[in-house]
Design a protein around this ligand. Sequence first.
Ligand code: NAD
Length: 366
Amino acid sequence: MSEQKDILVLPGDGIGTEVVPVACRVLEYAASRCGVNVRLQEGLVGGNAIDAAGTPLPPDTLQMAQSSRAVLLGAVGGPKWDDLPTLERPERGLLGLRAGLSLFANLRPALLFAPLAQASSLKQELVSDLDILIVRELTGGIYFGEPRGIEVVDNERRGVNTYVYSEHEIERIARVAFELAELRQGRLCSVDKANVLEVTQLWREVVSQLAAEYPSVELSHMYVDNAGMQLVRAPKQFDVLVTGNMFGDILSDVAAMLTGSLGMLPSASLASDGTGMYEPVHGSAPDIAGQDKANPLATILSVAMMFRYSLDSPDAADAIEGAVNAVLAEGFRTMDIMPADSQGTSSLVGTQEMGDLVLGKLEASL
Ligand code: NAD
């Protein structure tokens, strides 16, 4: 058996407590079949941590996260904690984990399983089998640059933020993107605004200099306004996109909508040593929490990413994604991806049953 890898499981709040246990069953089964030796431990984060320990990120949660290979997180937040001051809210738990684990690379795939192509707002042929990956720098850029704030100058208020990147920050995220492109279709598009912003002229220069080290990757550059347009015009032209914090924030949400449903979107945030935090893009969905209605597939697909990027087991990742595709192809749908007019071709299932169906397919393939 291989070396033991610790996984910290943080269900969080709302539907996090429903989808994470389902995804853990998939995780444990795939690990056992693929020879990956995992040990799962559970911790508190978000609203339930505030209730139990008075803080959204208790010190022992952070410490367990720092000694784990990967973290699987559900979602945090809910109306119960909405009136707390900003610095005490459940979301601070997420920010604390990102900072405490030095997670600088955010990976957001936009993967459209063919059986769901009609759920997209774009024409089916533009998005069917879409598979793009947006790599977003997560700890720098204009969201963190100094000086920042609102000040009074000449009797009026003035707001200031600073868009700043150092060479080492650009190089670090670009290397992640080049390496991912090598594992995929070998095409990397770097997105900037180099015609206007000096900081992104430096970005373009640093990314271009690295290209020689990755001869199998075809590098291109695109201005962010054009990238936004191309994503909704012809998204399948892209393989991997790499960009800074703010552009990545916006473009990854645009790309997400191409796939039609929040309940299908996984994400990963990585540190330089391969430690990662894996979570669905959606929130705690208080409107459906506790009703067995939540779609667990975003969290299950986050587990697939964990196998690929932190557990060095691409076979397990492929098998999980294949199982999800097979279940969808047979017409099983949770409420959020159920077509309005399915005419008997789709069957509505709950959170637990969707998990059972994916496990069933996995058992047949692994
Ligand atoms: P949300 O993502 O929780 O829900 C938006 C809508 O999508 C809701 O109608 C919900 O029912 C639906 N939905 C979301 N995930 C689904 C799933 N897996 N299956 C089926 N339907 C799903 O966003 P929101 O309502 O704006 O926020 C609710 C709470 O979640 C807030 O407290 C917010 O701060 C928090 N939040 C947390 C995260 C996170 O933990 N990463 C992200 C976003 C929002």
